[in-house]
Ligand binder design. Structure first.
Ligand SMILES: [Mg+2]
Length: 128
């Protein structure tokens, strides 16, 4: 069985007006850039300045915080897709997990015996 990590991120209470798929996508790219910069600081890339006195632990935390910014923005975009376009996140998540399994990134779950005598699948991974 694969290890999993669940992150529950909130729907933001206060967000700029007129948030769209496009504006959220731009924000996602901005946050991805900040993540890249944080990784460069952690790695001590040439030409990248680190804050004075920053320890490797500080730089690692900065990477994790920027990664959470990326995740938060991605979750916000899912809310936009649900609210503005009626996206069914559960079905898309199930399709995502199926794709990962089909491509070999996940081991298929074994089928579970059904008390009625048949076979049925377990709860899908990533179930909400
Ligand atoms: Mg950020």
């Amino acid at each position: 069985m694969s290890e999993s990590k669940s992150l529950s991120l909130p729907k933001l209470d206060r967000i700029l007006k007129n948030v769209t798929v496009e504006s959220t996508a731009l924000k996602l790219m901005e946050e991805a850039g900040e993540l890249g910069a944080a990784i460069s600081r952690l790695r001590g890339a040439a030409g990248i300045q680190t804050p004075p006195g920053a320890t490797p632990q500080d730089l690692l935390r900065e990477v994790a915080l920027e990664l959470l910014d990326v995740a938060q923005t991605a979750v916000t975009m899912m809310f936009v897709l649900e609210d503005e376009y009626g996206l069914d996140t559960r079905s898309v998540l199930a399709e995502h997990i199926e794709k990962l399994t089909r491509k070999g990134y996940l081991t298929p779950l074994p089928r579970q015996a059904d008390p009625a005598g048949g076979q049925r699948d377990r709860e899908p991974r990533g179930a909400l």
